[in-house]
Design a protein around this ligand. Structure first.
Ligand code: NAI
Length: 392
């Protein structure tokens, strides 16, 4: 059970850049970060519009002085205060992640940044270097990886319950952008603009989630991949609203990734299926409390969150907030991640490197691999789906 008895240290004084009024993902950050008392929201540069930021921030109960017109002013002004911010979450459109993250780290702040973390691998590696130099934590919001059954899958695969991994099927394919919704939707519009979205649309927006999930579960490295991508809504070109990737992994396993915004009728279809020599495991984000375990020649089993038969590792069980049978969901997954971010940030503050090293959380390496995937996919797709090496 989730540890309600955990030692309650002072919450981390926390701010957000982006995530303002009407944004898609701002509320998820605020509700999850504050859930377990690790963080308290004290400041923000929530919005591209200064007036709206102030109005929004004061509605949230913040001191109007601490609702800033831009992130540069916020980092500078907060650094002057004794009670200034210690960490920041960045939930702005993709093009801004690198500059804001860099400025935050250089101001001595811990960072949680949205994915895709940067436009290029070089930028993401630069952030890793700066975070190390400043001794700061860099978390990346792969929000689905806080689900307990994802960690149960990881544990089962690592223990050999399915045998050697042969096939990895990754997909995140929704139907919400089957039509040109971006005409009336600013949150969709920037995603189709390469200057703001980056070199990809669906691959970066949702493909990175499924890819990281598979990396986390299997621990395998990609060796080569080939990618084909399309813009079924022509005005989205050069960015894709559908993509297929084939991959070869280091242990001889093969995989496919389908990322799509035009899977008409589908809600999410984020499904990860790992096929081993003797059994398969499948996890689906629309039924996150269950894990399908299918042993060849036996009836399929559905494992349920919160049950004693799960591997008793730190993530699969101790993150439970309520017993099995009750539906935990998206916000619990995010809160589990923020609980880990809080744990490692506090550990870093007291220079407890052992705790930082022992605590799993999606960090900058996960961010780098997501961006590497995008770079390689574009390279392949732009060369008629040629096979390309994953690492240069
Ligand atoms: P959105 O367009 O709905 O909201 C963006 C917010 O950022 C708005 O409040 C806007 O005013 C603000 N903003 C823009 N530029 C800013 C700047 N320079 N300074 C301060 N505020 C600024 O975007 P959405 O959908 O919330 O996405 C934001 C980020 O979160 C993206 O990188 C996206 O890929 C990621 N995302 C991640 C999800 C996940 O599951 N981890 C889910 C949805 C989005």
């Amino acid at each position: 059970m989730f540890n309600e008895e955990m030692r309650s240290e002072q919450p981390i004084r926390w701010a957000m850049v982006g995530g303002g009024r009407g944004s898609q993902i701002g509320y998820a950050h605020r509700s999850s970060a504050t859930r377990d008392g690790h963080f308290t929201l004290v400041a923000g540069a929530f919005d591209i519009d200064a007036e709206r930021c102030r109005d929004f921030g004061t509605n949230l109960g913040l001191n109007p002085e601490r609702c800033y017109a831009d992130y540069q002013t916020m980092f500078a002004e907060e650094a002057k205060r004794e009670d200034g911010i210690q960490a920041v979450s960045i939930a702005t459109p993709n093009s801004t992640h690198y500059a804001i993250s860099k400025a935050a780290l250089e101001s001595g702040l811990h960072v949680v940044c949205e994915k895709p973390v940067t436009f290029t691998v070089a930028e993401a590696e630069d952030l890793k270097r700066i975070a190390q130099e400043h001794g700061r934590i860099f978390g990346v919001m792969y929000g689905y990886t806080g689900f307990q059954m994802v960690h149960q899958a990881r544990e089962m695969i690592q223990r050999g319950d399915i045998g050697k991994v042969r096939v990895i099927s990754m997909q995140f394919a929704h139907g919400f952008h089957s039509e040109e919704v971006e005409k009336d939707n600013p949150g969709a519009k920037w995603r189709m603009n390469p200057e703001v979205s980056g070199p990809t649309y669906v691959l970066g927006d949702i493909g990175t989630h499924a890819f990281y999930m598979a990396q986390l579960m299997t621990g395998l490295d990609v060796e080569r991949l080939c990618c084909t991508r399309q813009s079924f809504i022509a005005s989205r070109a050069p960015l894709e609203d559908n993509a297929h990737v084939m991959m070869q992994f280091s242990n001889g396993a093969v995989g496919t990734l389908w990322a799509s915004g035009v899977n008409a009728g589908s809600m999410h279809q984020q499904k990860i299926r790992i096929v081993g020599e003797k059994a398969s495991i499948e996890w689906w984000d629309e039924r996150p409390n269950q894990l399908s375990f299918e042993v060849q020649g036996e009836p399929a089993r559905v494992l349920e969150r919160g049950m004693g038969y799960l591997h008793n590792d730190d993530s699969a069980v101790s993150s439970d907030r309520i017993g099995g049978g009750h539906a935990e969901g998206f916000f619990e997954s995010w809160a589990n991640l923020y609980s880990r971010f809080g744990t490692v940030m506090k550990a870093a503050n007291r220079d407890d490197q052992a705790t930082v090293a022992a605590t799993w959380f999606p960090g900058i390496d996960a961010g780098i691999e997501g961006v590497r995937l995008l770079e390689r996919c574009v390279e392949s797709a732009d060369n008629d789906a040629q096979w390309v090496k994953y690492y240069e």
